[in-house]
Design a protein around this ligand. Sequence first.
Ligand code: NAD
Length: 368
Amino acid sequence: MTYRVTLVPGDGIGPEVTSAAREVAEATGVDFDWEVVQAGEQAIRATGNPLPDTVLESIRRNHLALKGPITTPIGSGFRSVNVALRQQLDLYASVRPARAIAGEGTRFPETDLIVVREATEGLYSGVEHWVDREHTAAETVAVITRKASDRIIRFAFELARRQRRKHVTAVHKANIMKTTGGLFQTAFREMAAKYPDIASDERLIDNMCMQLAKKPEEYDVLVTTNLFGDILSDLAAGLAGGLGVAPGALYGEGMAVFEPVHGSAPKYAGLDKADPAAEILCVELLLRHVGEHEAADRVFRAVWETIAEKKFVTYDLALPGYTLRPVAPSSCSAMAAEIARKVPIVDIESPLPRPPPIAVGTDLHLEA
Ligand code: NAD
């Protein structure tokens, strides 16, 4: 079977890491037909629009996309392409696994949790304005709906059940934001009652950050609103070894877009220096999504072994904080070539010291 996949290289380090991911995807022997489309800075140069319809149409048509990071101007300029893409395609579930991979110097090697983030509303709804003409006051509206809350919370419980995980924690701030946070909290409690086989509890976002920084191994699946999920998934990535190894997936009805947690890291653009592992692990998630589990296992194992061997690892994995014994850093392309070389020859039967990777199927898309 041939999988037609929309490939969005993105900005900054995006073209380098997506090219690395493509090389590794092709090394699996699975047949891919890539439809390359541009969004972000390249699209602005070509069409004046950072998110052309061709991108949305391609993803709607192919149902699958591999995406690099896209730069968003800070403070002014065009609206986030990432936020717009999620809203326009209704990619409501952002799933970000934080697994510590082979780093004996990682601060929390036992980390193995998943952040499930509502990705279409909340404080990223895009409803914001100046209050006065002098621009001395501004407001951003947090939109929380029962429908979207039920949908993402159910997704988190179904994901937990599917992966034989034991515990879902809702993260909110219902003590201060009593209406929006309160609505999410009520939705969570009612949904949790329908999943008696899975333990559930709640944390306020501030306490959650402290708990994660102290004992992340106690957490399993976290479900939360858009902004909190954005912050928590970077925090969780840091606990598990850094943004360089943190993949992510966005799910909507009948479509999935795979993108790393990290951004476009403009300072490393074009230097062949960025860690390709996060984007390569997005290929693993994509392969699992379409049921190509052996190929997914091969990608995961090749990444793991390359990182464990430390002969071809980028700067972020070569330094204390990831490894105990610093090593000479390699380039993005050399690390990708090593992973691709290993994919067909790794032994996927031998046990790994960490639990099996995430697997999310299309049938998790449930009507609220
Ligand atoms: P960033 O993730 O790009 O970088 C944060 C830090 O991590 C930097 O020090 C960077 O060099 C490092 N880093 C990130 N990815 C790395 C990799 N693969 N290998 C090694 N080091 C890596 O975050 P930022 O600097 O806050 O944002 C830069 C741009 O990316 C902004 O325009 C932001 O809006 C955008 N962004 C896009 C996405 C997305 O497309 N989904 C996500 C986050 C940020």
